[in-house]
Design a protein around this ligand. Structure first.
Ligand code: PEP
Ligand code: MG
Length: 574
């Protein structure tokens, strides 16, 4: 009997194939106390499992497939780092020695403690790293249980195969041969999970957060996976199959056609030039940016340089990273955001967990509280400025005093560099992110003191609606079309345009086709998004006429009934 499952679409495309279920360790481990004379043996068993896991990960890294991105190395390094972390291996060994418990129980206890710490992080990316901790522990547990590791075995089926897992680690995913699986489905995971990132990199349709897919789908079930809508049809009938096969070829054709837009100018039908830039996390992402014909980097989330490591990147390392991006992009603008690290989590030695991390010592607040760290980044940025077209973007500014302090620090760094005859561009534009409602409302000082603005809709929506953007339980309330959000967007875009201060949107909203015309109609002329969304957005721009869009967008702005807003948006997108 046919049925449908809904999840979170993270990598688009349509796939049709037979299910291949991958088992996982439930992590439900038993607890027992060992007699004293067996403790040394248990310690040795755990040590051997830790070493075997280390060997397995090292071998994976050494044999990574050619087509796998360098990002995969980072994932494996992260897993090796977690394995070496004293909170896992050392603490588990100590627990066996001191409490005489079994190795599995010690590992699980240490993992639970670490996961709880990760869950308190306000940064979605960091919070999702708890999945990496679980995956590493799963790997050790499998070895303890005598299994060879949880790499998906080669499917024996003929034809296309869909991987169905409770969760799958990036380390396992990278072992997949090209096209070994035509789609990936998982019960767990979020949009920024490593699994999602890897699936995107492999260009494989992927739906995560399906909750019970692994329970409901049986091995060899026929599946249709719609990675665009996050829909999985199990056991489809003939008509459904025919329909989706057609959609599949249409989709492939569409992607092919989109490639032709790479060098086209992003002009609306009435000839208005729209700037479509890309968001990146690491210097290695530049290739994808260029492949998709971006007009520049609109947001480089520089804090990613600080993640997955024990130490902090120094001035020199940061300088090289920024230089690589600037040189890679040639003449095109590169907007580097100063690090948006959450509170104390990533800094070595920090132990305090903020009671409300999203409202805590984050981004520019942290920079101003840790001037030494911030100064190193600013020096690296200005030193790199001579290698391209740099703009510096400051996150989470709330008002005048933070702007003034930031600009003062920048001025001091510039003076120091000039005094030491270190080459730098003194006129690098400095911009501010508008992602706190206070900033959007008290915009005057931002317009007066800064060279450009970039609206971070992800946080602006979170703070305006008081909804944790990472909390699944309130995700249905996370609404970019809420009248308060639209009012703030219209106000910021309109005021900046009036003052001739460049303004862009770099939150997820910028890359969602449903909102392209709405944002254009509100006066937005600069968008920054994931490189994979660029060409489809360009196509939407090319088929949009500002004269038609603007009055409808204004109507949406005046509407307060959600149904009416939806109806008007549909008209706008028709
Ligand atoms: C945003 O808040 O919209 C944004 C672009 O920044 P981040 O998602 O990194 O918080
Ligand atoms: Mg933000």
């Amino acid at each position: 009997m046919s049925f449908t499952l809904h999840g979170l679409p993270v990598s688009s495309g349509i796939a049709i194939g037979r299910a291949h279920l991958v088992s996982h360790t439930s992590l439900e481990v038993v607890h027992y106390v060992l007699p004293k004379h067996l403790v040394a043996e248990e310690v040795a068993r755990l040590e051997a499992a830790l070493q075997a896991t280390r060997d397995e990960l090292t071998a994976l890294r050494a044999n990574r497939p050619q087509q796998a991105a360098a990002e995969f190395d980072a994932f494996l390094d992260l897993h090796l780092m977690i394995l070496a972390d004293e909170h896992i291996s050392h603490a588990a060994l100590e627990m066996v020695k001191n409490e005489h418990c079994n190795a599995e129980w010690a590992l699980k206890s240490q993992m639970d403690a670490l996961v709880t710490q990760f869950e308190a992080f306000d940064d979605a990316y960091l919070r999702e790293r708890k999945t990496d901790v679980i995956q590493v522990v799963e790997r050790i547990l499998k070895i303890l249980g005598g299994h060879p590791g949880h790499v998906p075995p080669e499917p024996q089926h003929e034809g296309e195969t869909v991987l169905v897992a409770h969760d799958v680690s990036p380390a396992d995913l990278i072992q997949l041969k090209p096209h070994q699986f035509c789609a990936i489905l998982t019960d767990l995971g979020g949009a920024t999970s490593h699994t999602a990132i890897v699936a995107r990199g492999l260009n494989t349709p992927c739906v995560v957060g399906l909750h019970h897919a692994r329970e409901l789908i049986k091995d060899r079930d026929m599946l249709i996976v719609d990675g665009e809508q996050g829909v999985v049809i199990v056991d489809p009938d003939k008509n459904m199959l025919a329909e989706y096969r057609l959609r599949q070829s249409e989709w492939a054709l569409e992607r092919q056609k989109l490639k032709r837009l790479k060098t086209a100018r992003a002009n609306t039908l009435d000839g208005t030039r729209i700037e479509l830039q890309a968001n990146i996390e690491m210097p290695g992402d530049v290739a994808q940016v260029l492949e998709n014909g971006a007009a520049g980097v609109g947001l480089f989330r520089s804090e990613f340089l600080f993640l997955n490591r024990d130490d902090l990147p120094g001035e020199e390392e940061q300088f090289e990273a920024y230089r690589a991006v600037l040189e890679g992009m040639g003449e095109l603008p590169v907007t580097i955001r100063t690090y948006d690290l959450g509170a104390d989590k990533q800094l070595k030695g920090a132990t305090r967990v903020a009671s409300n991390p999203a409202l805590g010592l984050r981004a520019i607040r942290l920079c101003l509280a840790e001037p030494k760290l911030f100064r190193a980044q600013l020096r690296a940025l200005f030193r790199a400025s001579v290698y391209g077209n740099l703009k510096i973007l400051v996150p989470m500014l709330s008002g005048a005093s933070e702007i003034i302090q930031t600009l003062q620090m920048i001025a001091t760094v510039k003076q120091e560099l000039l005094a030491d005859d270190i080459p730098c561009k003194p006129d690098v534009p400095i911009g501010g992110m508008i992602e706190i409602p206070a900033a959007a409302l008290a915009l005057g000082v931002f317009i007066k003191k800064l060279d450009f603005l970039s609206i971070g809709t992800n946080d602006l929506i979170q703070y305006t609606l008081a909804i944790d953007r990472t909390d699944e339980e309130v995700s249905h309330l996370y609404d970019p079309l809420h009248p308060a959000v639209l009012e703030l967007l219209a106000h910021v875009i309109g005021s900046a345009n009036k003052a001739n201060v460049p303004v862009s949107v770099c939150g997820e909203m910028a890359g969602e086709l449903a909102y392209t015309r709405l944002l254009l109609g509100l006066g937005l002329r600069q968008f920054s998004m994931h490189p994979a969304q660029l060409l489809a957005t360009k196509q939407r721009v090319l088929t949009s006429n500002l004269a038609d869009i603007t009055p409808l967008a204004q109507k949406i702005l005046r509407a307060d009934d959600p149904l009416k807003i939806r109806e008007l948006l549909d008209r706008l997108n028709a």
